[in-house]
Design a protein around this ligand. Sequence first.
Ligand code: ATP
Ligand code: MG
Length: 395
Amino acid sequence: MQNNKEWQAAYSVIEQLEYAGFEAVIVGGAVRDAILGRPAHDVDVATNAMPDEVKSIFDRTVDIGIQHGTVLVIVPAGSVEVTTYRTDGEYTDHRRPEEVQFVRSLKEDLQRRDFTMNAIAMRRDGSFVDFYGGRQDIEAGVIRAVGDAQKRFSEDALRMLRAIRFSAQLGFLIESETLKAMQDKADNISWIAKERIKAELDKLWVGKDVFNGIKKLKESNLVNYLNGTFQAHDWSEFNTQDKLLGWAYFAVLQGDHWREVLGDYRLSNKEMAFVKAVLEALKALKNGWTKMDYFLYTQQELEAACYFAELRQLDVQMPQQSILEIQTALPIRRKQELIVKGTDLLKWSGIKGGPWVKEALQAMLEAVVNGECANEHHQLKAWFEREYVRKQENT
Ligand code: ATP
Ligand code: MG
């Protein structure tokens, strides 16, 4: 695990910082995940070098968060975020410190971190710097605030939601003082931007133990300050790698209010469209899907609907064949494949254009998808004259 590219890049950065006479270590999620044997996505480095010093040592750097002391260093093995040891100043908005102070002490840097499991540093030789018992807590599967939990959650309310999503990602318990502090400070979550809350829930949905996360959300009282209903038992079997599936399932559980609730979490239009499609497909599954349903919804949307029907143990008509097989067998897969265009209809009928053109095209599309008419000019023309023009004349 520590042989992968991200770790190699971090080691090489540390080596160069040390060569220049500075101290540098790996910190944060990468150390926690290495101890747990989980793959890490980013391997962050912390150093006692000031940002300007970091920039002078490496040829290629990008200022990605220089006011917080973070410089992106690009080395042949990859890019690494290097952050100068720092302490946080006063917090006035329950989220971000007014200012940060760069310091030369690793201990002070680790002290500002949220949980003991996230406050462990690792040197290049593989040894740990662990002032707060992080490894012991990882061993015991416990999430514990660094220092006074009440104060830490009061400073930055997002930390409470981070605790929740870590409990879902790792299946960990929340230590009792830490949980108590969350109960006391839960209302501070209202200070946190909806986008940040969404980002944590994105991670919660793909956790290996979502049930645990939702239980903790309830126990901590945080549910009282988040939009929507959360019932742990609804999530007991839920497991996915896809955060969108989490939002879609959450929507299923909101009933008629889903649009308002998910809108509040600032889902993008694309995400909302996926959720809407899954909800519609799930509804349509009651009587079994028609060919048109297989045409209208994507494989991913239909599979999500099946998954939710199973989770909710709904009385529905599950497809008897694989969804992909059924979709592959459809005469056409996309609207654009219909060989006839509106201009053909105008020519054939000699009638002036109007809303009827769109309606007729839709009717022809359905006829083709349902196998009532081949997607071929002559046959579609005959179908149009027989089924459409005549019907129009009769009404
Ligand atoms: P992930 O695996 O999701 O990236 P992570 O622990 O690495 O988890 P990051 O947001 O990448 O989380 O943060 C990196 C590190 O910075 C954390 O491990 C923690 O030490 C510290 N940190 C992040 N957010 C906070 C916060 N709100 N308060 C205190 N420390 C934080
Ligand atoms: Mg991280």
